[in-house]
Design a protein around this ligand. Sequence first.
Ligand code: HEC
Ligand code: HEC
Length: 394
Amino acid sequence: MIAPRAAAWRRISLLFIAATLVLPGCPSDDDDDGAAPDEADKAERTDTDDAAPDPADGDAAPAEIPADADATAREPVLPEVILPPADPVPKPPAGLPPTPAPAHNPITAEKVALGELLFFDSRLSGEGGMRCADCHDPERGFAGTERRSTTAEGRTNRRHAPSLENVAYAGAWFWDGSADSLEGAIDSHWRGQMAADPAAVAAELDDHPKYRAHFERSFGSAPYPSHIAAALAAYARTIRSGDAPWDRFERGRRGAVDEDAERGFRIFSGRGQCAVCHPPPLYTDRKFHHTGAAGPDSPPDPGRSRATGDPAERGAIRTPSLRGVAHTAPYFHDGSAETLEEAVRVMAGGGRGGRGRDLEPVQLSDDDIAALVGFLESLSPEPEPREPPAVPEP
Ligand code: HEC
Ligand code: HEC
């Protein structure tokens, strides 16, 4: 009869489901279940993006068992949590070159998953209760929504928090280019903006089984401050803006942009002279210029001279990428332009009051300005932020 057969079949399929749940690499609950990963799992965990070298290679912190561990009594380096497999690293969107990463910190799916968690976790600021995402808003191209943000210690920043879109492609980081690696920028600025004590944060993460499992999987070791910065950098490198309507238009999709955008592009690359400093594909020359864009009430900024010590570079600011720019108001290093139109007018005017030493004023009508704004909008696809990850409960 049918009923007993169906019951037996259900038992078999339940057994099968139970078996697949404990198989490595299958999605599973990520709460504590005491199971340690087997060798096949470990092999899968070190898979890297494309031709990236071994992630364990060359990182500052050694993958050692902590000094206090009694290896015979317990196995502290094995995770007590089975993590669901990390999503594959997304390919760069159309229109962007391959995403650069240093040999010592290749972008792996596992690090990106960990970095994303850290980005949204206020544990990173210790008592400060602040998250990276508080100043770099995923809904706004990962830029600050305030003109100048306040640090965890209550200081008003001198500068606006820039968009993190396409941050991997910068040759030097911060508005003055004073950081020569993304890892270094994140590490120093994490301490400064979030008043973090990196060793204390690493110790706190080490107390958490889920984070321990993440660091073990990504770096083969306990959390170290350098791993925290490395994971954040790997995640930040996947924050990219491309495949804009303008890219589709350039690939031959005639209806992808309106006439204003087409006309705006002609002004941008022609008599507006914008493309001199904002050339495609990233719409930045990655150089430093005196554009006189600072607002009248902003504190004076040493600009590039802070990094080089050269007085001639006082006040010179790195050219920002214009991809995604329509969503990242306010603008400029001091956040002094509230709208994209205002920013474009300042640029076209040769800086505020024509004060830009490196910026010739160009004669543009209101229609021309509107067309330029239309072009920049066509370079700015709607941000589609992923749902922020659920950070581990205390
Ligand atoms: C209190 C606000 C604040 C917080 C919190 C904050 N940032 Fe920033 N961020 C800024 C400001 C302001 C700048 C610009 C600094 C400069 O150029 O001198 C910046 C710049 C950066 C840059 C350089 C971008 C570039 O284009 O060169 C990176 C990368 C960055 N932040 C990542 C992070 C990460 C990761 C975190 C979390 C660990 C974080 N930020 C937390 C305000 C903040
Ligand atoms: C001499 C090089 C140069 C030229 C020419 C130039 N720019 Fe810029 N642009 C810069 C620099 C440098 C900044 C950053 C200024 C600052 O923050 O103080 C900037 C900032 C911007 C911003 C603000 C972006 C942001 O994220 O804050 C926009 C928009 C912009 N430029 C558009 C234009 C347009 C449109 C033109 C042509 C009319 C133009 N630029 C011409 C160098 C240039």
